[in-house]
Design a protein around this ligand. Structure first.
Ligand SMILES: Cc1cc2nc3c(=O)[nH]c(=O)nc-3n(C[C@H](O)[C@H](O)[C@H](O)COP(=O)(O)OP(=O)(O)OC[C@H]3O[C@@H](n4cnc5c(N)ncnc54)[C@H](O)[C@@H]3O)c2cc1C
Length: 265
């Protein structure tokens, strides 16, 4: 038999999660079927995150943006302020069938490490806020979440984004190819005619967040130019030595970033 738990507040959720560390969390439900198929027997306990006001809402302010973990992809594409301040994220969330986007939550995306949206979160410098009853509140960079699992008893409560600043330029593309989709996200902060900050990330189903650091470093401190894109092929060899990213995906991401940088320069 499976028991369904429906906490009504964050405090109640953290207690339930602490008491039942092996319980399955139910957010939007889009990834649950895949998880259930892998189980040998039904979960004993399921915790529904759907009735907790502390996990919902979008707040865009001077000091950054707060996205409650239960915010759906649909809400992120629909919100006027998210579209204005973080167009790259809004674009990343706009792909896929409406019925899926109306369910999938940003907390589920962060936990499921999905390549469709993570590159946009990474270039925007997003941090994932985890809470647990016995563990201190922490905010990890998205790239750190890719490397380590949440501690037992923790939940994702929110995603934080730094504020958009004048001079920020972003790009997001999702390209469908025969050997799988590839997403490309980029952000440049340009001031006084030179690049001050750069973020370039490529995501594929096998590699959800490849950070193209060599090209970023070559861009910083100079006027915008597409010349550093010549370093991309070598970056892929270094970052993905097993060659799990297809040559199509590598070529497509170089092409997208080159034309974006040429356009900006
Ligand atoms: C456009 C698009 C289309 C997609 N289509 C599909 C599809 O058709 N089928 C599919 O299986 N996936 C699909 N996905 C992937 C889906 O986004 C992920 O499976 C995602 O993890 C599901 O999010 P959810 O809110 O539905 O989470 P759920 O399915 O409810 O939960 C999945 C698991 O995520 C974890 N989780 C969720 N929320 C939290 C939280 N707040 N804190 C800690 N852990 C949490 C839990 O371990 C939970 O068991 C799609 C993604 C995108 C962007």
């Amino acid at each position: 038999m499976t028991f369904l738990h429906r906490p009504k507040s964050l405090k109640e959720l953290l207690k339930t999660r602490h008491d039942l560390p092996d319980a399955m969390l139910l957010a939007g439900g889009a990834g649950i079927m895949k998880i259930l198929h892998k189980l040998e027997e039904p979960p004993h306990d399921v915790i529904d995150l759907g009735g907790i006001p502390d996990l919902t809402g979008i707040q865009v302010g001077r000091f950054g943006t707060w996205l409650g973990a239960m915010t759906t992809l649909h809400e992120l594409t629909d919100d006027v302020l998210v579209r204005k301040h973080h167009p790259c994220l809004s674009e990343a969330c706009s792909h896929g069938p409406p019925q899926v986007r109306a369910r999938v939550s940003i907390g589920g995306i962060a936990s499921g490490r999905r390549f469709e949206v993570l590159p946009a979160l990474m270039v925007l410098g997003a941090r994932i806020e985890y809470r647990g009853q016995e563990t201190p509140q922490r905010r990890d960079r998205v790239q750190d979440c890719l490397r380590k699992d949440a501690a037992k008893g923790e939940v994702v409560v929110a995603v934080h984004l730094p504020p958009h600043q004048d001079g920020d330029q972003t790009v997001f593309r999702r390209i469908q190819g025969g050997s799988g989709d590839v997403v490309i996200a980029g952000r440049l902060r340009v001031a006084d005619g030179e690049v001050k900050e750069a973020g370039l990330v490529v995501g594929t189903p096998t590699q959800p967040g490849l950070h193209i650091a060599a090209v970023e470093e070559a861009l910083i401190g100079r006027p915008v130019s597409a010349r550093p894109i010549s370093l991309m092929e070598q970056s892929f060899v270094d970052l993905d030595p097993e060659g799990s990213v297809s040559s199509y995906a590598r070529a497509a991401s170089s092409r997208v970033l080159r034309s974006w940088l040429e356009h900006l320069s």
